[in-house]
Design a binder for this molecule. Structure first.
Ligand SMILES: Nc1ncnc2c1ncn2[C@@H]1O[C@H](COP(=O)(O)OP(=O)(O)O)[C@@H](O)[C@H]1O
Ligand SMILES: [Mg+2]
Length: 256
């Protein structure tokens, strides 16, 4: 719990800034203040949603995120549940009506490191795979397992951004399968390593996941491997297309 003085200080900072995230040094600790935001279209889902409709494939759909106070309540609840289950997520430090404070997961996301650090790329990508397997072995699932919501600090992964809860609308094994697909969708197209090697590394993790998840991933790969035929060039096609092409390539290699 923060003191009334500290709360006033944070709220006056929030008034001065338009962004939703404030980074504050509080008693020698870096904390992240996340302010509520109205529901908005979910970035990264345009084509996934279209595919989900065509194939009646619930795994790919964006889960409805309510925005505002309801989204904040979901996020705080999920951060607590995940932490208790042993998933590395920030710790909630204070809850206010319009914002909450949590510990920092660092300044670099897996997405950023994959894009900007070729030497670290494969190691960071694999750490992401291992961390997702760990989430599943804790009996949990993520919300939006895009690489931009996976943070990397001193060789350790933390997951952020939990304003929706897929397991409210999907069985857990489906939500876990969705984690794999969203992670690969957000990373495969950026990797400098060949798809056969990537798939082998993914498979090593996947084989340790629940058999039902493995089976669901297999059935998705039957359905979606054709995506590999999409264009590989980002221009003029855009990121949505090349990221589907990338995940299609891995699903094709995985397909039995
Ligand atoms: N606990 C945290 N530690 C470090 N950075 C964070 C943390 N929470 C959020 N951020 C930063 O703020 C950005 C937006 O936060 P996020 O929770 O992903 O909200 P959204 O994507 O819904 O706006 C993240 O991409 C990350 O850069
Ligand atoms: Mg985010």
């Amino acid at each position: 719990m923060f003191s009334a003085k500290l709360i006033r200080q944070i709220e006056s900072e929030l008034l001065k800034h338009s962004g939703r995230i404030l980074v504050e040094d509080i008693s020698g600790e870096t904390l992240i203040i996340k302010r509520q935001e109205a529901a908005r279209p979910q970035f990264g889902y345009t084509l996934l949603n279209a595919l989900a409709k065509i194939f009646r494939q619930p795994l790919l759909c964006a889960v409805p995120a309510p925005g505002g106070a309801a989204a904040q309540a979901i996020e705080i609840q999920r951060l607590r549940t995940l932490r208790q289950a042993g998933v590395p997520v920030p710790e909630v430090r204070h809850i206010a009506d319009q914002w909450f404070a949590m510990t920092s997961a660092g300044t670099h996301s897996v997405d950023e490191l994959i894009r900007t650090s070729p030497q670290q790329q494969l190691a960071v990508w694999q750490a992401g795979l291992a961390a997702i397997l760990h989430v599943h072995q804790c009996g949990q699932n993520l919300s939006q397992a895009f690489a931009r919501n996976i943070m990397w600090q001193d060789g350790k992964i933390q997951f952020i951004d939990f304003e929706d809860d897929p397991s409210k609308t999907l069985p857990v094994a489906y939500a876990q399968t969705r984690d794999w697909l969203l992670y690969l969708h957000s990373t495969a197209y950026q990797m400098n390593t060949d798809p056969v090697t990537l798939t082998r590394l993914w498979q090593q993790q996947l084989q340790q996941d629940d058999p039902e998840v493995q089976q669901l991933v297999q059935s998705c790969s039957q359905q979606l491997a054709f995506l590999r035929h999409l264009p590989r060039q980002r221009k003029p096609w855009g990121r949505d297309v090349v990221s589907l092409q990338g995940v299609g390539e891995l699903l094709h290699v995985l397909r039995k």
